[in-house]
Design a protein around this ligand. Structure first.
Ligand code: 5GP
Ligand code: ZN
Length: 138
């Protein structure tokens, strides 16, 4: 998709109005239009990045720093019991808008959100292989 057609570029840069909770030079925090729970918010980068594989580490670091501040403010106001911080990359992972965004999903006792997966087993051979291969790429 061309960046000038990207809906989150338009929202982040104020070309489409949004329910904005916070804005600075790099980020805009908005309420999700299809909230999982009350207060579900998204942190959008103003610059277009497709996903976590595309965003630079410095921006990602600043974004997570902001996430901790916003999460605390939300908890104080919403009195939620917990929060999921979620970030989807690729259709297979549930990404539907291909502009980097971080979900802050307040959780309440008895809500109907489900973020679970069947637990596997970390085999010894796989463990060694993954350590070998990934360690040297970081
Ligand atoms: P993803 O599935 O890509 O991780 O998340 C996309 C999120 O963006 C969804 O939770 C969806 O409700 C939200 N969303 C999609 N379009 C808009 C929009 O135009 N405005 C806002 N505020 N949220 C949107
Ligand atoms: Zn974009």
């Amino acid at each position: 998709m061309k960046k000038d057609e990207c809906i989150f570029c338009k929202i982040a840069n104020g070309k489409i109005p949004s329910a904005t909770l916070y804005e600075d030079r790099n980020f805009r925090v908005v309420l999700d239009v299809g909230p999982a729970t009350k207060g579900h918010a998204l942190i959008l980068t103003k610059e277009h990045f497709d996903d976590i594989f595309d965003i630079d580490a410095e921006t990602a670091g600043r974004l997570f720093s902001l996430a901790s501040v916003v999460a605390r403010a939300m908890k104080k106001v919403l009195h939620c019991d917990g929060m999921n911080v979620l970030q989807n990359n690729g259709s297979i992972a549930g990404q539907t808008v291909f502009h980097f965004h971080l979900h802050l999903i307040p959780r309440y006792e008895g809500d109907s959100v489900q973020i679970t997966w069947p637990q596997g087993t970390l085999e010894e051979e796989t463990k060694e292989e993954l350590i070998q291969l990934i360690k040297k790429e970081i």
